[in-house]
Design a protein around this ligand. Structure first.
Ligand SMILES: [Zn+2]
Length: 227
């Protein structure tokens, strides 16, 4: 299925049928538009739905395109200018509001940035895990394994059985307090797998401003540039 945007360009929409209640729409960072619909939904109903969301789709695509063309990057909630410099050294320097990537082969700067970013993420996430873990789990010595993953739809996930927490690589775009909220949220899942009353009570008690942090995270990270 294809839809036309206000500038006349056509966008391919891929449709998948699943066991679910409502039709869901997603614009990926690479500009793909994906719709999932419950089994048995008529094509005309899906078409109607997608058409009614055209404005939303368009603004998301524009945001991604805009981000693609600017040399800035969002890191820990602030905007940084981003520059690649050919150099004998390989590394990333963070100065004031600019990030400079040094590499022998500028074509390969992405790999350099990614490994630096991943390391920053691992250190930041570990700091918050160390801070909150004893409070959430008491003297249970089985500290969770934290993995940094590129994820399209989740900021974090927790497999309590395996005591593994996965945190989104792109979470590093957000402000520190938003990252802290996601880390605490996932840590609580080690004890309370669902978002039931006990989960909420713990969150409210220990992070009374969690809602503001969550809202800030959504605002800061909608349609941003992912390096
Ligand atoms: Zn959750």
């Amino acid at each position: 299925m294809k839809i036309s945007l206000s500038d006349g360009s056509l966008v391919q929409v891929s449709i998948s049928k699943k066991t679910m209640k409502n039709i869901r729409l997603r614009v990926c960072r690479d500009g793909r538009v994906c719709v999932s619909a419950p089994y048995g939904t008529a094509e005309s109903r899906i078409y109607e739905f997608v058409n009614s969301k055209k404005g939303w789709i368009e603004s998301h695509i524009r945001n991604f395109q805009k981000a693609e063309n600017t040399n800035t990057v969002q890191f820990l909630g602030s905007e940084y200018s981003f520059e690649v410099v050919k150099d004998r050294r390989t590394g990333v320097a963070l100065n004031g509001n600019s990030i400079t990537v040094f590499c022998t082969d500028p074509e390969k700067h992405k790999e350099v940035v990614e490994s630096w970013w991943k390391q920053q993420a691992a250190e930041t996430f570990a700091g918050y895990v160390d801070k909150w873990y004893p409070l959430v789990c008491g003297d249970d010595g089985r500290k969770p394994v934290v993995k940094v993953r590129k994820m399209q739809t989740l900021w974090g996930s927790c497999t309590s059985k395996e005591r593994t927490i996965r945190l989104n690589y792109y979470l590093m775009c957000a402000s520190a307090e938003c990252i802290e909220y996601v880390v605490l949220h996932e840590l609580i899942h080690l004890v309370h797998p669902n978002h039931g009353p006990e989960f909420r009570a713990f969150l409210v008690e220990h992070m009374p401003d969690w809602k503001e942090r969550k809202t800030k995270l959504e605002q800061e990270c909608s349609g941003l540039r992912m390096v």
